[in-house]
Design a protein around this ligand. Structure first.
Ligand code: SF4
Length: 342
């Protein structure tokens, strides 16, 4: 069955305006190139879509935005992003510390206190192993110490802690010690959770680190207790292939548009009406989907029907299969407009 892009039901407006201070070896962002679009212009595009939705009474048309995981904005920019997020119904209360440059505890305190004033409640810290192992994955000496220090500062400010680690073959043996270090640190732990690498961005190079169910089941109860609560839905590639062969709901149509703003298109986007933008994106998204094989074909020809490696989502799986397809068929299509672009 060919992929069918139906009428647009949502739009996600995105831009890489927040410069991440690092380039982690496993960064799961597809695109961290930084554009110079001022935040006011970015926000204005979103506001225009909100006005369009209201004037056309499109109650079910969803509008989202995404600026990547690096919260490395100045105070003015952060305030604007928080404000527009609130208008979209997003509480914007969790601050990712991943992309924030190393700085003294005093400076960091001021940095976090401002964000707390405009609604931030928690910080998110993410790890692969601890100490030097984490630093190697993050390609930044001292990053583990900085992430631990950030939690102390957040604790002092009364903020909550969201602590994450990824489950990989080489770092699983380090999780117990990581838990010890976090327990010693204390604080208001809102969430402590472990999950798999997405099949996305640079993390695609680490398929040899991808764990199996058997590996996960072999860990201690203390480690197993922090597996994310959707872990029963994670499946091996073999099981995803079987599942996707019979699941019809997922293929019932796509309606998500992606409007990626950058220095090369912002002037043009600002000169177009929302209807024109939606019509243009719809036509290009249809063309992108028409250029690639159906899910059934990807599954039949490109799935490894015996692989026990685990993946969390259907799109992880389809992205892996489309990469295998593209290795053999190097076609050009606007991947970022499709769900393969995550
Ligand atoms: S800190 Fe986050 S956004 Fe930045 S490179 Fe690392 S994983 Fe990617």
């Amino acid at each position: 069955m060919p992929r069918e892009f139906r009428q647009a039901t949502s739009i996600t407006i995105t831009a890489s305006t927040s410069a991440c201070a690092y380039r982690c070896s496993y960064c799961q962002l597809v695109d961290i190139a930084v554009s110079r679009i001022p935040i006011d212009r970015y926000v204005r595009v979103i506001e225009r879509f909100l006005e369009y939705k209201e004037s056309k009474r499109l109650a079910d048309f969803e509008i989202g935005h995404w600026l990547g995981n690096a919260f490395n904005f100045d105070e003015y920019e952060y305030g604007k992003v928080a404000e527009i997020s609130h208008k979209l119904g997003d509480s914007y209360e969790n601050i990712c510390m991943g992309g924030v440059p190393h700085q003294s505890p005093e400076k960091l305190r001021k940095w976090l206190a401002f964000r707390q004033k405009v609604g931030a409640k928690n910080i998110i810290v993410a790890f692969l192993g601890h100490g030097e192992v984490h630093d190697q994955w993050n390609r930044k000496a001292g990053n583990f110490a900085f992430q631990m220090e950030a939690q102390k500062v957040a604790n002092d400010l009364g903020m909550g802690l969201i602590q994450r680690t990824f489950l990989t073959n080489s770092t699983l043996p380090l999780v117990e010690r990581w838990l010890d270090l976090l327990d010693e640190l204390g604080g208001n732990v809102v969430q402590r959770v472990a999950y798999l690498l997405f099949y996305s961005g640079l993390a695609r190079k680490f398929e040899h680190e991808r764990v199996t169910r058997e590996t996960l089941d072999r860990q201690s109860d203390r480690v197993k207790a922090i597996y994310r609560d959707d872990q029963n839905r994670w499946k091996s590639e073999k099981d995803w292939a079987e599942f996707l062969r019979t699941d019809k709901e997922y293929e019932s149509g796509y309606g998500d548009l992606v409007l990626k703003l950058d220095d090369s298109n912002i002037d043009q986007i600002e000169s177009m009406s929302c209807e024109e933008i939606i019509a243009d994106l719809t036509q290009r998204t249809k063309a992108a989907y028409a250029a690639v094989p159906s899910r059934e074909e990807l599954c039949e020809k490109y799935a490894n029907q015996t692989s026990e490696k685990l993946y969390m989502f259907t799109w992880d799986m389809e992205c892996l299969w489309i990469d295998r397809f593209l290795q053999q068929n190097p076609i050009v299509f606007e991947r970022h407009l499709t769900h393969f672009g995550r």
